[in-house]
Design a protein around this ligand. Structure first.
Ligand SMILES: [Zn+2]
Length: 146
């Protein structure tokens, strides 16, 4: 599993330690501050293709859903309601078209995946109060994951 190497500003490329939870850059010369990307140390995966890593995970992982991809997710204990592993359905109108059925997620939307990972990291950092801008689906997914 890769370790988080650092956080990197999407605008000025400043680097920050992943030991402190943060989402925005504090070093951008001009506002608005850039969002921070998580950068992983992928050297442990260097000798494997992404497909090989994912296939290995799928075969050996006791986890279902999105956590079967743990080798490319943060190395922390997951918070999960079983999100992911949603089916692909064939369109009745267009037989060559497959549609991802994200309503099969625990909260009925694709938001369940991202919020499960957000709550996983919040627990890792010891955060106790979480909020999200939402028209409804994200807030529902956050509440369920919490
Ligand atoms: Zn910046």
């Amino acid at each position: 599993m890769p370790q988080i190497a650092h956080l990197e500003c999407s605008r000025c490329y400043a680097q920050f330690s992943p030991d402190v939870p943060r989402t925005l850059c504090t070093q951008c010369p001009d506002p608005p501050p850039g969002s921070l990307y998580v950068r992983y140390d992928l050297s442990s995966l260097r000798d494997s293709s992404p497909a090989e890593v994912i296939e290995r995970d799928m075969l050996s992982s006791p986890w279902a859903g999105m956590w079967r991809y743990r080798s490319v997710l943060p190395q922390v204990e997951p918070v999960t309601l079983g999100e992911g592993w949603t089916p692909m359905l064939r369109s009745k109108r267009y037989p060559n078209l497959l549609i991802k059925e994200e309503g099969a997620n625990p909260t009925g939307t694709f938001k369940a995946r991202g919020l499960a990972l957000a709550v996983t990291m919040a627990r890792h950092y010891g955060l106790r109060k979480l909020a999200v801008p939402s028209a409804g689906n994200a807030a529902g997914a956050l509440a369920a994951a919490c």
